[in-house]
Each structure stands twice: as structure tokens, then as C-alpha cells.
Design a protein around this ligand. Structure first.
Ligand code: HEM
Length: 459
């Protein structure tokens, strides 16, 4: 965690409230947020030339921030004045226990210290072959030409990939588990977004079902840990679970089985949907921009041809990476990062009261016209190396920043780079005409209602 910068004056007593957006007298902006969160947040940010605007959700005060400076102040410079927020913690704890998406303070710092080295740029290339093999296997099973929903397909494909990366296993043929996963994620979304937000112990039918589903998933992953312990394989690291089992704290001890379970589930949950949505948006944007798609195909043909893509090829496929990064600029999967002020503080000289919910709006941050020319246009050349380096600090944050920055960012970027290349190499994808696709924010930003396409395996 970074600490409050001593150079920032704490002018709390004199600080004015931030500019306020007027909402309904009773509900504030609660209804708009429930109906269409991303449009509501983007609308609020549009009214905030300084990148900060206050509003209410019912009686609760909230602010939305959307400029590089305001975002960095919340996530880095004054990070100690904010925590994740009660709602997120309540929604994630039942499935993810005390994993990195829930823990705070010294425990969180200790866990990051031993987990991050296993996801470093030096470590992640060992996962490249698995990612490519899983993607190729998945595609090969399609009977093409076929009409598919790319959102659903990317969801299943990334589920297969992440289950292999973490557990060297598959959840494919386990129908009960697949249903439990889908329903548990749905419950999480409901807990994150519903106005009432009843905790899991309240005995509603929805909660009872959620408890069963969570127990099914946790039992499935516990079994991997138990089997490896029993077989004496707990220090082998062919997959991420193996790494987590072999890693040691400073005093030489390892993680307890219950924490291992929490961290494995957290990595699994944090990586699957984000990667699926990023890839679905990438395919959608390639489908709507034939000139970009043509450049991607040309790059692959020139540098790789028909053989299997390998990690060593990635340096020669810069445009594929630019496409993936630009897709995450326009549609960052984690479009909204929530925080809550844990004490009275200030932000850009405005007062922020303890308890205020803070929405980091990456969707609008990535569309700042003073940073990105013609921000609505899909233009992967923005991420050409020298232009990317010239971006102001904090202007492009698909993985967040500060003490909670995504530990899986290197893995996610490598996976996105590989999948963009492999899918373009193996498939021709034509979007079906007449679709009206909009970004919809549940936990992540997803193309809604789906992306219907005709896919055909290239011979
Ligand atoms: C395209 C893919 C991904 C995106 C867009 C993404 C985005 C993010 C963002 C924005 C955060 C910060 C949340 C915050 O500040 O509250 C985060 C946190 C996290 N991500 Fe990722 N992520 C991706 C893939 C992954 C992968 C592959 C893994 C693990 C293998 C992972 C594991 C995590 C974990 C454990 C956290 C919590 C970190 C903490 O609070 O200390 N993510 N991710």
C-alpha cells in the first residue's frame, strides 16, 4: 500500500464539497445506476470538467472520478483514506473467503508479497503453450461454418483455459459444477448491484441456492489441494495451484489449506470473466473494422503463417497486442473500480466525507478527449510503442493502479495477445447484420445482449 503523501495539504476544514449532480429527491441516482450503470456513470462524468462529481445513491453520498489526476489521488496518493467498500466485500467473501480481492491491510500486503512473484513477466511465459493448446482444441471442436454468440463462446473458452492454468484440469464435463459456477457468479452480481443487498445468511431461496453452489465450487477446488497433499505433490509447480502450494512466507512456512483455497478461487474468479469480456470485445471490434482485421491477418501471415503460435512469436506480432490494448481502452472489462472513504479526506481540494462511495470510472477515463484524440474511434495505432509511452501517467488503467493493481496483468496481456493472434489465424468471423450491441456493466463490462457471428475454420 502506498502512504499518504506528506506534500499533500490536508485542508479538510476549509474544503468545499465537490460539485453535485442533481438526482431524484428520494433515490438520488440509484435508479439510473441500477438500470444502466455504465451510461449513468458516463453521464455523471460528462458533467465533471475537473473529473470529480458528487451524487447520491438513496441517502448515501457517492462521487465518481474520471481523470488521471483524480484517479491517482484515490488509488495511490491518498490510498490509505479508502478501502474496497462494504458491498464488494460482502458480495465476494462467500466465494473467495480472505483471498486478495477481499483482504486488506497487513494480511493483504503479505499475500501479495508471496503471490506476485509467480505472476511476474519472467514466470508467465511458461503458460503460453497451454493457452494456445486450449484455444486450438476449443476451436477444433466447432462444426463450422456455424452461427455462435461470441460472448458465450469466449466465456467457455477462457473457463477452459483458466481451469487448465490453475489446476491442470477441466470443468467441461461436470454439468453440476458448470451450473454452480454460473449461478454463483450471478449471485455475486446480484449482491453487488441490488438495492437491498441482503447478506447470504438471510434465508431467501436465492441465498439458499447460492450457499449450495458456493459449497459445490469450494469442494471441487479443495479436492485438488487434498489430492496433491496426499500424493506428496504439493511442491511441484506445473500450474498456478502448484506455485501457490510451494510458495513460502519469510519465516519459511507455507499458506494454510483454507487460504490456498481462497487465493486459488480468487485468481480463478478474477481472471476468467475479465479475459472473456476483453476477448469478446476484441472480436467484436475486429468484426466491425475490416481494415484493422486485414492488418492483423497480414501480420500473422507474414510472421507465423499456419504453424502453431508460440510465445517467441509475440515480439513479432506487435499489432495484435495494439488491437487488444485498444479494445480494453474502449471497453475496459473492469470499467468501474469501487472504493469507500474510511475517514474524512480531500480530493483535488474538495471534501470527501467518511463513508462516501467512490466510483473510479475507467470507461470515461479512457475517453478523455485531452488525452485521446477522437476518443470514440477504434484506432490500435494509439498503442504503437512510442505513442503508448507518451500517454500521461494514469490515463490508461485497464488493470487499475496502486496497492491493488491487478497481479495477473502480465498473464492477462500475454493471454490476450496470444488469443487475438490464434483466433485471427484459425477463424474467419463475420458478425451477423442488424445487431445493436451495447456495453453492459455487471461485475465486468460485457457486450450485450451478445455478439452473434458466423464463424468458419480456415482450411
Ligand atoms: C483482461 C484481464 C484482466 C483485467 C482487465 C483485470 C483487471 C483488474 C483490475 C482493474 C483490478 C484492480 C481492482 C481494484 O483496484 O480494486 C484487478 C485486481 C485483481 N486481479 Fe485482475 N484483471 C485481469 C486478469 C487477471 C488475472 C489473469 C488474474 C490472476 C491470475 C487476476 C487476478 C486479480 C486479483 C487477485 C486481483 C486483486 C488484487 C488486489 O486487490 O490486491 N486478474 N484486476
Amino acid at each position: 500500500m502506498s502512504t499518504t503523501s506528506p506534500s499533500l495539504p490536508l485542508e479538510r476544514a476549509a474544503a468545499p464539497a465537490p460539485p453535485q449532480a442533481r438526482g431524484s429527491l428520494l433515490l438520488g441516482h440509484a435508479r439510473q445506476l441500477q438500470q444502466d450503470t455504465i451510461t449513468a456513470l458516463a453521464g455523471l462524468s460528462a458533467k465533471a470538467p475537473e473529473g470529480i462529481v458528487g451524487f447520491r445513491i438513496g441517502r448515501s453520498p457517492a462521487i465518481v472520478v474520471s481523470t488521471p489526476d483524480t484517479v491517482r489521488e484515490v488509488l495511490i496518493e491518498r490510498a490509505e483514506d479508502y478501502a474496497r467498500g462494504r458491498r464488494q466485500t460482502r458480495a465476494l467473501t462467500p466465494l473467495m473467503g480472505q483471498g486478495l480481492l477481499v483482504s486488506e491491510g497487513p494480511m493483504h500486503a503479505r499475500q501479495r508479497r508471496i503471490i506476485l512473484p509467480h505472476l511476474s513477466p519472467r514466470q508467465v511465459p511458461k503458460y503460453a503453450d497451454t493457452i494456445v493448446a486450449e484455444a486450438e482444441r476449443y476451436i477444433a471442436e466447432w462444426k463450422t461454418p456455424q452461427e455462435v454468440d461470441l460472448v458465450a463462446e469466449m466465456n467457455s473458452m477462457t473457463m477452459d483455459i483458466v481451469t487448465q492454468l490453475l489446476f491442470s484440469s477441466s470443468s467441461r464435463d461436470n454439468q453440476a459444477l458448470a451450473r454452480a459456477i454460473t449461478e454463483a457468479f450471478e449471485w455475486e452480481m446480484h449482491a453487488l448491484t441490488s438495492v437491498l443487498g441482503l447478506p447470504l445468511w438471510v434465508p431467501t431461496a436465492r441465498n439458499r441456492r447460492a450457499r449450495e453452489n458456493i459449497a459445490t465450487i469450494r469442494a471441487w477446488i479443495s479436492r485438488f489441494i487434498e489430492e496433491r497433499r496426499a500424493a506428496g505433490h504439493d511442491t511441484q509447480s506445473a500450474d498456478l495451484l502448484g506455485d501457490l502450494m510451494s510458495t513460502r512466507y519469510e519465516d519459511g512456512s507455507g499458506m494454510s489449506d483454507s487460504l490456498l483455497l481462497d487465493e486459488a478461487l480468487t485468481a480463478w474468479g478474477a481472471s476468467q470473466e475479465t479475459s472473456a469480456d476483453a476477448q469478446a470485445w476484441t472480436l467484436y471490434l475486429l468484426g466491425t473494422h475490416p481494415e484493422v482485421r486485414e492488418r492483423v491477418h497480414q501480420e500473422i501471415e507474414d510472421r507465423v503463417g499456419r504453424r502453431t503460435v508460440r510465445h517467441e512469436d509475440l515480439a513479432g506480432l506487435p499489432y495484435c497486442m495494439q488491437v487488444f490494448k485498444e479494445a480494453m481502452r474502449l471497453f475496459p472489462p473492469a470499467s468501474m473500480i469501487p472504493r469507500q472513504a474510511v475517514r474524512d479526506t480531500t480530493l483535488r481540494g474538495y471534501t470527501v466525507k467518511k463513508g462516501t462511495m467512490v466510483f473510479i470510472n475507467a470507461y470515461s477515463l479512457h475517453r478523455r478527449p485531452e488525452v485521446f484524440d477522437d476518443p470514440e474511434t477504434f484506432d490500435p495505432d494509439r498503442f504503437e510503442r512510442s505513442r503508448e509511452r507518451a500517454l500521461p501517467k494514469g490515463a490508461y488503467l485497464p488493470f487499475g493502479t496502486g496497492g491493488n493493481v491487478c497481479p495477473g496483468s502480465h498473464l492477462a496481456l500475454m493471454e490476450g495477445h496470444l488469443l487475438t493472434a490464434v483466433l485471427a489465424q484459425r477463424l474467419s468471423v463475420e458478425l451477423l447484420p442488424g445487431q445493436r450491441i451495447r456495453p453492459h456493466l455487471m461485475v465486468n463490462l460485457r457486450p450485450s445482449p451478445g455478439v452473434e457471428a458466423r464463424v468458419c475454420l480456415k482450411s
